[in-house]
Design a protein around this ligand. Structure first.
Ligand SMILES: [Zn+2]
Length: 80
């Protein structure tokens, strides 16, 4: 069985892609699924990681709303 140098390069590129993909997996802060998440700043709160679905949901909303779990920040937010 012969494996050409090009095939080896291809396999290594594939492995590298898989590793990079796995490295970008995060637990979505909103829906709690492991997915490709991007960091998102929510108001003045700490940055959170959100999957594409949740980011789309957030973008379609004026404000955070029911997408995210209740946070302690929201409880005290109205005070000022
Ligand atoms: Zn999500």
């Amino acid at each position: 069985m012969y494996t050409s140098a090009a095939e080896i390069d291809e396999l290594e590129a594939m492995r590298k892609n898989i590793r990079e993909s796995v490295a970008t997996l995060e637990l979505c802060w909103s829906c709690q699924r492991v997915s490709h998440c991007d960091i998102a700043m929510v108001d003045d709160a700490a940055p959170v990681w959100l999957c594409r679905d949740c980011q789309d949901k957030l973008l379609s909303q004026e404000h955070l709303g029911a997408c995210l779990w209740p946070s302690p920040w929201e409880v005290t937010a109205g005070g000022n």
